[in-house]
Design a protein around this ligand. Structure first.
Ligand code: GTQ
Ligand code: FE2
Length: 370
């Protein structure tokens, strides 16, 4: 600013500094004071971070003994994965998404409710549990992907002594940021939904993908297939294993809504990817954030120059616009990674951008080990 603006006023006109101080108190921020500089490229408090399965698993098993589940106890027995950049008690693994681990066992029932937050479940271990979605029980088996979309009634029950443990993925911080969080309990005293459809009916109707029942297509924002069974997912991966794959993602498959061919839910995209033995991907970055869960294998992911070594069960997160590449550490075993991302939201509003890393043969320099 010019020097004369700092001179003391003689005619009652404030100096620029006085003006700025005053208007800030009046809930007015001059745009010239630096706000525009924040907008040149994505900035975030979210940090890349990795949760070790061995440690998280122990904690959820401890919680099984400590907190009862159900109408008299906890609505859900869940530990959410909080990003170091998200202050307690807020929820968020990234600025838009949350990952959590849930456990039920024996004859426990998690009461039914519905909310505007969309959710997915990727089953990690155990047996004999179901999620009831709008009156239809979906049986859960390890490595299945289940969906409980926005405003669908859902509750969980166990019918086996062994605990069932799964990864929850939700768009809680996104919906909070949009000021659109609503949740309500199922309106019956025991909070159980009546079962009104055969078990796994959505699989019978919709799992072939290419061949669909004629008729009702009214609700197509969410995939009508509510459980993507692992056997079919693994078969597709195996069929693609010898193909070229993507230089940034290896052999990557998107779980899709069979009605539209698009993402399974309007706010969350789910992927399964395989890194072949010794496979290392090139580095890129894009808008949107991702949460990864290692289904099988050993390897590492470099995020903004920091190396995160991972093995089966680990969960890690990618902040928006962060450089990243992946590697399978084994020269014999495949590595398989499940992930979910907020990409459909960015793409819907023309905010998706992607950039390839060009130095060092397309791969990041590693600055530090995790
Ligand atoms: O299972 O319905 O991790 O409502 C967070 C909120 C799980 C669930 C979470 C939920 C659920
Ligand atoms: Fe829920």
């Amino acid at each position: 600013m010019k020097a004369e603006t700092h001179e003391p006023s003689t005619d009652g006109t404030p100096t620029l500094e006085e003006f700025q101080e005053t208007v800030l108190q009046e809930q007015l921020t001059p745009l010239w004071m630096g706000a525009l500089g924040q907008l040149r490229e994505p900035r975030t408090q979210i940090q890349p971070y990795l949760w070790r399965w061995k440690e998280v698993r122990q904690r959820v098993l401890q919680s099984l003994k400590l907190i009862p589940l159900g109408v008299e106890g906890a609505e859900r027995r869940v530990l959410t994965l909080r990003n170091p950049g998200v202050p307690v008690p807020r929820i968020g693994t990234t600025h838009t998404l949350v990952a959590a681990i849930q456990i039920i066992a024996g004859t426990e029932v998690a009461p039914s409710h519905r909310h505007t937050m969309a959710a997915l479940r990727f089953i990690i271990e155990g047996e004999g549990a179901c999620t009831v979605v709008n009156g239809e029980p979906e049986s859960m088996e390890p490595r299945d992907l289940l969906l409980t979309p926005n405003w669908y009634w859902h509750g969980h029950f166990s019918e086996h002594s062994e605990p069932m443990i799964w990864l929850d993925g939700l768009d809680v911080p996104l919906v909070q940021g949009l000021g659109a969080t609503f949740q309500e309990n199922y309106p019956s005293p025991d909070r159980r939904q009546p079962i009104i459809a055969p078990r796994d009916e959505s699989i019978r109707r919709y799992s072939s993908g290419g061949l669909l029942p004629v008729g009702d297509r009214t609700a197509n924002k969410n995939s009508p297939l509510l459980n993507f069974r692992w056997a079919q997912t693994e078969d597709r991966l195996t069929q693609m294993a010898e193909r070229d794959g993507s230089p940034y993602d290896g052999v990557a498959l998107q779980y899709t809504n069979p009605f539209t061919g698009g993402s399974v839910m309007p706010t969350i995209d789910c992927w399964i990817q395989m890194l072949r033995p010794d496979e290392q991907t090139k580095t890129h970055r894009h808008t949107g954030s991702i949460i990864y869960h290692v289904v099988e294998g050993n390897g590492w992911t470099v995020i903004n120059g920091k190396r995160f070594d991972w093995k089966t069960g680990d969960i890690f997160c990618l902040p928006p616009w962060a450089w990243h590449d992946h590697a399978n550490a084994s020269n014999r075993q495949r590595a398989i990674i499940f992930s979910f991302a907020d990409t459909p939201v960015l793409k819907a509003f023309d905010l998706y951008r992607e950039e390839a890393y060009s130095e060092n043969q397309g791969r990041q320099h590693v600055e530090a080990a995790f």
